[in-house]
Design a protein around this ligand. Structure first.
Ligand SMILES: [Zn+2]
Length: 305
């Protein structure tokens, strides 16, 4: 009996020690991280408008993958942020838990914004973007803090290669983690596509008091348009899902807005390939005229590119 009591006391002491230790590391952390994500065209910097970026935590002393604090949530400013038109972004949240094992944050861009998903040249969605570009992409399973991998909504998100993530050294034992002036960049063509698609989408959304009566899901975009065509872009209404294809040479906002205009037209007419592709010859000009108008109207509505 005495033996049992001694054991009980030992166990109780052990639990007390454990709870004391865990209460000191499961502190609340207030996290504020802000900066800009831009690309350069000519000598001008532009915001990668709408780009969906995530905040990861990592430990540079081991080789484990960086983690997301809230992989199963989808809250702007907490799980992710969308880059503003001028390129600025901000995370601002509280986290209760142990961050003492982390000494670095990474602001990591995904391959999507509200208007588009950028695919690789093959267009199979496997790696996320053009392998010939200066920034590679990868299909990434996202580890959760404390082990395991994320389920939805992160499963479908793909990220640019880790080289495009912006690292900042932090002290994970601090209750307040504040990093400002975090600057990241994307390649010119990727930035151009995200910004041009977002502005083209915004022009449409502003025409409706609430939202359009037809859906406008993110459209898949890839580079790799080849051949002697004069066009720099192509809207592909056949095949599932529909997609946009661009050349990387001479790609500009006018082309991006024109092709997005085809997509709007297609969705507006009921997203019906038969109807869109089998118009009589004398009505094909209607489709091209519609896209031309859309491109002019979008650009006319945009003070800055
Ligand atoms: Zn066209």
């Amino acid at each position: 009996m005495k033996n049992f009591l001694q054991q009980l006391i030992l166990i109780t002491c052990g639990l007390l020690l454990l709870s004391t230790a865990s209460s000191s590391i499961h502190a609340q952390h207030d996290v504020e991280v802000s900066g800009k994500f831009t690309f350069t065209q000519g000598f001008q910097n532009y915001g990668v408008y709408g780009l969906r970026i995530y905040l990861f935590f990592s430990d540079t002393t081991d080789t484990l993958d960086p983690v997301l604090l809230f992989p199963n949530e989808d809250i702007e400013g907490k799980t992710y942020d969308l880059v503003e038109e001028d390129g600025s972004f901000a995370f601002d949240f509280s986290y209760v838990g142990d961050l003492s094992g982390y000494n670095q944050i990474l602001v990591w861009p995904s391959t999507r914004n509200p208007a588009a998903i950028l695919l690789d040249s093959e267009g199979d969605g496997g790696t996320g973007c053009d392998p010939n570009s200066e920034i590679e992409c990868r299909d990434k399973a996202v580890p959760k803090i404390g082990g395991g991998y994320s389920a939805t909504p992160m499963d479908s998100i793909k990220f640019f290669e880790i080289e495009s993530a912006i690292p900042r050294a932090i002290n994970g034992t601090n209750p307040t983690i504040i990093e400002t002036g975090v600057f990241g960049t994307l390649g010119e063509k990727q930035g151009l596509v995200f910004r041009g698609m977002m502005l083209s989408r915004e022009y449409l959304m502003e025409r409706y008091p609430s939202s359009p009566s037809y859906s406008m899901p993110r459209i898949r975009v890839r580079f790799g348009l080849e051949g002697a065509q004069e066009d720099n872009g192509q809207f592909k209404s056949q095949g599932t899902p529909v997609s946009l294809l661009f050349k990387k040479i001479d790609l500009g906002f006018a082309t991006i807005a024109h092709e997005y205009g085809h997509y709007v037209n297609y969705q507006m007419w009921g997203a019906n390939s038969d109807r869109f592709d089998n118009l009589p010859d004398n009505q094909l000009e209607l489709i091209e005229g519609w896209a031309q108008f859309y491109s002019f109207a979008t650009r006319n509505d945009t003070m800055t590119f």
